[in-house]
Structures are given as structure tokens and as C-alpha cells.
Design a protein around this ligand. Sequence first.
Ligand SMILES: [Zn+2]
Length: 474
Amino acid sequence: NTKIVKNGSFFNNGDILPTMGYNEGYELSDKNTRKKYDLPEKDRMPELTEGVTDLHMGNYIFNGQSDFINVETVISTSGNQTAIAPGSLINKWEENGRNYFHYKVDTPSLNFYSFMSADFKIKKRKWNGIDIEIYYDEKHPENVDMMLDAVERSLTYFTEHFGPYFHKQCRIIEFPRYASFAQAFPGTMPYSEAIGFVIDLEDETENNVVDAVIAHEMAHQYWAHQVIGAYMQGSTMLSEGFSEYSSLMTLKNITENPMKMREFLKYNHDRYLRGRSGERLKELPLYQVENQGYIHYGKGSVILYALQDYIGEDKVNTAMKGFLEEYRYKGPPYPSSHDFLRHLEPQVPDSLNYLIKDWFKEITLYDNRLKEATYKTLDNGKYEITMEIESSKIKSDSLGNETKVPINDWIDIGFFMDSDEEKLYQQQRLKFDKETSSITVQLDSLPVKAAIDPRHILIDRVFNDNIKSISQED
Ligand SMILES: [Zn+2]
């Protein structure tokens, strides 16, 4: 048991407090084990339904056992340690050689909070009335300033695009390497030393894992902690998908070379493609995801990122913000992915309406390929580039059976001025309406490479064949 340790205790309310009612989460879930005990087959998650039903009366984390609640804590710990519970610190005192703390949350929150205690150093920064606080082991100070920056950056982006942050403090609290994750509780973020405090980020010039993790967990202060989906398919898109998208957007904001984003997108692309190949039951479209990580993190973030590239960052964020404002800190009925799409649809122009069906409601993959790229020098000194492109669109059913469908989609082409693919040049978005196309473009400078979907925005079964060096025409 690592919940109570000498220096770095961390447990949450589920570990020490009773819950009310029947918890279906404790039922046997393994298909074969259920069979062995003659139990009927069980769905991974109830089906997504429209309108308001009984299922909308509980959210997917507590399924009817709890809504948003007030939390007030008096907690004591040994005389050399600081104990942390959610909310503002109302009072602290010493008694019989122990330290006592009294905390109270400033806004009703999810019934999901943690308690921690250790011998902490604390570094603080004030940002627009919010206390950003990092609680860390005094032997691990190296990345603390970077963490303060990352929290501030997230707060800046999220308050501008999604709305207010409702807690008066924002705490990152280090815990030892008995686990390696970070997790968002109301206003607090327990954070393993292994993925932030004791990793060497000295050579990282731009984004790094700490920025990405903090942005994702900070985003949960909105997506999950302010609005949470009903207990049915699609709900984890609204928390994990939205948080991973929000994380990508904060990274995009500080990334100097936009081509750098391709690395972050590739990570999530791979996560999706690898995950679907290992699926043992069934893959579902994004808006019906059944708590499947490869879909809600991997596909969800890529789809939402691509969508903001296609329709505009402000449009996607307006839809998310509108959805948030309708349901923020409200008890039942909880929303479903249909309710988000209701906010999204008015933001999507008619010409791109197909994206909602393709990307959210069905399983759609692209298979784009640049077969050849050649150039010739024109009399006026310009260069004429000819690209032979194959592009197909594929629909998959939940078991992975694939069918080609006619393509009629907007896809980028672009060029690179360097072989490292860092200098993107003359990107254009074209409509592809047949499987093979020959495209000719006149350019002032001669690039090194040509590409279809050069920034890897679309979910492409094989991305490596999208880019080719440009050779001189015979
Ligand atoms: Zn998450």
C-alpha cells in the first residue's frame, strides 16, 4: 500500500469515504469470467441516445451516486509536513506536535478529490487573482518554474477561449515514484515526480512532456470538472478528447514553427491507428466512444485539431464554449455528445458539413499518396511542379471491415524548401473528387519536396508515402 507513506501520502475520497447506492462498476466485466459464472453479456457502456432519458440523470463517473458537491476538510499530519485537501486554506494551526489544516472548496465540485501530505517546499505565483502553487520536494526544484509557466499558459488560453476558472487556486503537488501519472481534482493536480519533477528537460527548447501533461490536466478543470457527460457512449470524448485537444492548442500557441505540431499530432495519430488494430471488441465512431483511450485521446484530439484547421479555431472553441455554458456545474440531466454536436453544427459551413458525419459519426480513414513529383523550369524563370496524387477515402465498420467510398474532400498540398521538412512553402487546400489526380502548380522558388497533407492533419493509414522529393522532368 503506497497511499500512506513516510513522505508523500496520496489518497482520494474513494479510498476512505463510503458511496451511496449500487455501483455497477464493481461487477465482473471480463467476457469469459461472466460466461463462467453464467452471467448475461454486458455492454461496455449504455448506448448513446438523443433527447433526455433516465440515463442522462447520472454522469459517467458517478452514475447517479453524486452530482456537484461542497467539500470541507479538516486534516492533520505530522509536524514537519503540509497536508493538502481541495479548496482554499481557511485556517492552519498546531496541536500536540501535529499540523492541522482547514480547507473549503470555493465552488461546488465533482465528488472526486484527493488528500496529500509531505514535507513540501512551495513556490507560488499570482495570476489574475488565482494562486498558482507548486508543492515539491526540496531536492527536485529544477522544473518548477517551467511548471508555473505551463499552468499560467493553460489558464491564459482556457480563460480566453472557454471561460472562467472557478477555483481560487491551482495546485500541482508532487508525489513519489510509486506511480507515474498526473490527475486533475478540483483545483489540484497530484503529479508524479517521475513524469515532471525528476526528468531532464534541459535540451528541450520548445514544448515538452511537462507542458503537454499540465495543459491536458488543466483542461480537465473545464472538461470533466465543469461539464461532464451522461453515463453513455460518447461521454469520454467530451472530457478526454476535449482535454487533449485543449492541450494541443496551448502547445500550438507557443510553437514557433508550425511544423513542430506534426510531432504532437503524429503521437496521437499513432495512438489511434495502433489502438484500433488491437481492439478486441469493436471500434466505435468518435461520438459513440466507449471509454476507449485510442479513440478519445488519439482520434478525438486529431479530429478536433483538424476541425479547427478546417473551420477555424474560433469556430471550434465557440462551439465548445457554448456547450460548456449550457451545462456548466449543472446537475442532471447531463449532456451527451449529441448536445455538443448541436453546438458544433451551426459553426460548420455547408461546404464542410461532410466532416461531422465522416469524422464524428462514422469511422473514416484517408489513404493519400504522392506517387511522383517533377518540375521543369519555365521561360519566365518560374518552376512548374507536377504532382501525381492518389487519394481515397475508406469507411470502416466496427469490426474493421473496410469499404472505399467516393472521395469529394478538401485536402492540402504543400512544398518543403528543406529536406528536414521544417520550411513549409505555398500550402493550398484543394478539392479532390477522384482517386487519381495530376496537379500542376507554378512556384517562384524551387522546393526540395512536395506533399499531400504536408502537416499530417488527416487520419491517413500510411502517412510516409505522402511526401516525395521533387525531381527534374525528363
Ligand atoms: Zn485526461
